[in-house]
Design a protein around this ligand. Sequence first.
Ligand code: PLP
Length: 472
Amino acid sequence: MKWDEFSRWGTRISNWASSYHKTLRERPVRAQTKPGDIINALPLSPPEDGEEMEKIFADFEADVMPGITHWQHPRFFAYFPANAAPPSMLAEFLVTTLAQQCMLWQTSPAATEMETRMLEWLRQAIGLPQEFSGVIQDSASSATLVAVLTMRERALDWQGNKKGLAANPRLRVYCSSEVHTSIDRAIWVSGIGQDNLVRIATKGELRGMDPEELEAAIKADLAAGLKPAGIIACTGGTGSGSADDLASIIAIGKKYDLYIHVDAAWAGAAMICPEFRTLWKGVEGADSVVFNPHKWMGAQFDCSAHFLKNPDSLVKTLAIQPEYLKTHGHDGLINYSEWSVPLGRRFRALKIWFLIRYYGLEALRNRIRNHVSWSKSLAQRLAKQPDFTITTGPVLSLFTFRYTPSGKHNLDEINQQLVNRINDEGLLYLTQTRVDGQLVIRFQVGQFDVEEEDVIAAFDIIASTAREEIFQ
Ligand SMILES: *Cc1c(COP(=O)(O)O)cnc(C)c1O
């Protein structure tokens, strides 16, 4: 492709992008295709001869777009948001153009130093103390994996990588029953094994780990000759926003010399608002914390901010370099590939720079504050309806509810059908989860362009769909 042609298509695609975003409300939020629709539209074999961009683009619109679930749709209330603010998208155009490989300082001094400064900005923005340094991981799952690898190595006196786990005592890691599946995977991949992930029962309104049970479990493991290695605490669980009492959990962790990692993948973004920081009170005692600017903040995927009190222990776990080359950043020269599993790294910090500079922290805070307050209003309105029940109250902007018409026994089934029907109609997108074994509907507000009217419309759509004849 000649660069002139590239330039024409660049303009066309950028125009397409803005009209796509401006007309998003007219599209069904969740893709309305059936499994196989997209693959069947794609030729079985690759072309031998090149094709015109015009044809490729037409097929993109005809064959690909119908299978798109619109994550940037203002009425996306499912899962958690994966926001892509316009300045972040523009930064990503530049990142794609420069196509940097940012594994070492010298392979991209700009990306490396920008990353250091942006993590410093984010640290201040969410109110973590100065002793934390940060790195961008591709996802929270990766941050948690390297945290688990670090807790493994630390517990094994840095011999696990060398000798393997068979030569060592059985390690134990503790978490609540509300943590994300990325914790299980980190435990599998690190070789610690699912049987050694100890799930502590939760209690209280925020459904956090019961500190007494945690300590009892650690003591029992020690008495049995096992080796407690660390705790994975959670602020804002994926199902219903559960949050551990970090101050108590961390105090216990320290008493037994455990490594403590805090997964705040979604909720961390809200910590740019000081009034929400009570949710993770005590976080400064953690060894590492992860949050995703790619969820609620507006820096598009992939962008996971991983903060560490002592990056040396992470580098000691992951760096392949001979000892004499290890600088761990103390001479001002950081090779971020030593802070993550993959060697190659994208220039992810640029979108944070564009995003924060364009909006400023105050506008980003106000957006999150609005989401929280609109979500609370919706929960209050649903709570007043005789045929709806709030199953878990709002944690930030996430709550769960259930349609509970009187005289019905198959409520799990009815609620699943209600979610399916709403998603099939396409005006909203919702997902379900389980709370105390019951199927409930999740609702979170967090899409970057959502307006109060969208949340109000959600009430009307949910209530009127539920009251349709088929559910009575
Ligand atoms: C989204 C989420 C994750 C996983 O995040 P990825 O960046 O997709 O790996 C982990 N933990 C919690 C609490 C989450 O909400």
